[in-house]
Ligand binder design. Structure first.
Ligand code: AN7
Length: 351
């Protein structure tokens, strides 16, 4: 990704580039969602990045620059995906990695990734917001530490490349971009990307930015921080977004909006994408589609071409699916037993 967009990124010497094939993710047409929304909806499937989330775009830049600067260790707070990505890119760059996470609150797939890449995990008895404060302290305390949360501008620079890809594939910017909002780094990055693309003369417009938070963790909608954010979408369980100003600017400057969706709406959107479009994303990632479906129900959906960012892969968070469904009991290995299941599957979908 760095090689493709080098002129748009901060300086990185060749020898320090830590890349594992991030970016260039598919932009997938979504006919069933489009039908419901009444616009042409595309999915930017960021779950196809090497560690399964959009975080890899920022992490390749942040870890490459940390290596170039001679840092020994990278540190981050995380609801899971930032940590999984930092662990992978630190391994690649040859740096140590320490991640601070809320105890028992990160999804299983992400925990497995962090362990696999050999990062040091600190589980704190506190939430993401407390973890971010502590990570900032660690960064201030020592010279050789690189903080790789999205308060690090290198992360935003890397993540903005997704906006460039969207414009290149569509041939122009979309009319609107629907995106989940947690710590608000990604909406900030996309807006920076779309603005730079327009200012460079590649387009004469930029999309309306439509940000969606989970209702139980929606400080940007409420206008105040949440002490105890709560949502099934653990990735965006954040009560005090670090890039609050960036998100509000994106909303204002683009004529967009930031609203909330309920956990029920999020899980319904995740299931709709998996069952009707064949695309499996994690719950937080479905917040953008949940938001579009809500706007459509209320007659407020934008027209034209809309891109919804699916920020992470569904396999990251098997816990939510397995809580609501389980594998059936085994049957005898006979033709009758298996054929009767086929009858049942066909009858449930109708002729
Ligand atoms: C799947 O990993 O904050 O608004 O610590 O994992 O840029 O925070 C994750 C955030 C959306 C929200 N979707 O993005 C972390 C973390 C997924 C995410 C978000 C996250 P931001």
């Amino acid at each position: 990704m760095i090689h493709g967009y080098r002129d748009w990124l901060p300086e990185i010497p060749d020898h320090a580039i830590a890349t594992i094939g991030e970016g260039d993710t598919p932009l997938i047409e979504a006919p069933r969602v489009s039908e419901r929304v009444g616009a042409r909806v595309h999915l930017k499937f960021e779950g196809m990045n090497p560690t399964g989330s959009f975080k890899d775009r920022g992490m390749t830049v942040a870890l490459s620059r940390a290596k170039a600067a001679g840092n020994r260790i990278c540190v981050c707070a995380s609801t899971g995906n930032t940590a999984a990505s930092a662990a992978a890119y630190a391994a690649r760059a040859g740096l140590e990695c320490l991640v601070v996470v809320p105890a028992g609150k990160i999804a299983m797939g992400k925990a497995v990734q962090i362990l696999a890449h050999g990062a040091e995990i600190v589980q704190i008895e506190g939430n993401f917001d407390a973890a971010l404060k502590l990570s900032r302290r660690l960064d201030e305390d020592r010279e050789d530490v690189a903080l790789v949360n999205s308060v690090n501008p290198d992360r935003i620079e890397g993540q903005k490349t997704a906006a460039f890809e969207v414009c290149e594939v569509l041939g122009r910017p979309p009319d609107a971009l629907a995106i989940p909002v947690g710590n608000a780094g990604n909406i900030t990055a996309y807006w920076k990307g779309f603005r730079e693309w327009r200012d460079a003369g590649h387009a004469d417009s930029a999309p309306r930015m439509l940000g969606f938070q989970a209702e139980g963790a929606s400080p940007l909608v409420a206008g105040h921080d949440f002490e105890d954010p709560e949502t099934v979408a653990s990735a965006i369980r954040i009560g005090s977004p670090a890039s609050k100003e960036g998100a509000l600017n994106a909303m204002r400057e683009s004529g967009g909006l930031i609203e909330s969706v309920t956990d029920g709406e999020i899980l319904a959107a995740q299931s709709f994408l998996a069952r009707e479009e064949g695309v499996f994303c994690e719950p937080a990632s479905a917040a953008g589609i949940a938001g579009l479906l809500k706007l459509a129900r209320e007659g407020r959906a934008p027209e034209g071409t809309i891109v919804s960012v699916l920020t992470g892969h569904g396999l990251k968070d098997p816990d939510v699916i397995l809580k609501n469904a389980k594998l059936p009991e085994p049957v005898e290995a006979t033709f009758e037993a298996v054929a009767s299941r086929m009858e049942r599957a066909l009858s449930s979908t109708g002729p």
